[in-house]
Design a protein around this ligand. Sequence first.
Ligand code: GUN
Length: 304
Amino acid sequence: MVQETVHLLDGNSISERLRTDIGAAVLRLKNTGIVPGLATVLVGDNPASASYIRSKQRACADLGINPVDVTLPADIAQSALLDELAALNERPDVHGVLVQQPLPRHIDVEAVVEAVSPEKDVDGFHPVNLGRMVRGRRCFLPCTPFGVQKILEFAGISVAGRHVVIVGRSLLVGKPLATMLLEKSSTANATVTVCHSGTRELGEITRSADILVAAIGQPGFISADMVCDGAVVVDVGINRVDDSSRKRGYRIVGDVDFAAVSERCSAITPVPGGVGPMTVTMLLYNTVQSARGMRSQDALGDDA
Ligand code: GUN
């Protein structure tokens, strides 16, 4: 059955609505003398990472959050990087610290993740925040899975009691998203299956999904025959593929064969313009919550 009209889950417009609320929270904070600050730490000059950092800093500035730029040489010693993070942890004007990944190979990523204070870990990567999340406690939620949950929530798509199939078990997306959607709460309570490179009969499992989340990192991996009629499809992939017709020589595509899958699903996130903008928005959200002494699960509402 071909769907009459597929519903586009527009991450840009949901982001805009959320950013209006975040901007209002920033203003309320400023009235109490607090300017939220986000430190972005870039090690080296990877062009994709530099571009992500620029867009995060621009998004901060747009909402009145102070971006604190820390750019360090690719050959920085591990101990010097840890010293920089210790200094940021101490700064009262910095409420969030983000170290852009990937890091150069000589750097121990685990040591860096653990060097960011859990109180300022707006990426939600620190073991304290991940552990609190698994335990169902207030914490900073990782921005991409948090963005996926918000897209579904804003689109009025309840996951409660439904079968969510996540393809991909990464620490950044698959694992935390599975944990979040399992939680016994009004915005979760799903039945969750996580598939990965070792999964047998992948298509059979993905076809049983009410909601299918693709977070694999391979362009067009999810084909139409892997999706059941009427499913909701969330594409987390951001892949560069060569395209000589574009001035920059590439275009961005997701992990889902959008043209074919959108013929049979009921709703789908586009790439670009789906989950991507939500990731940045949830980073701003977490930063403002940190400045308020709050966490991801708390309302962004009036302090009064
Ligand atoms: N690299 C790719 N995604 C992310 C992210 O969400 N946060 C950080 N710090 N690095 C990333």
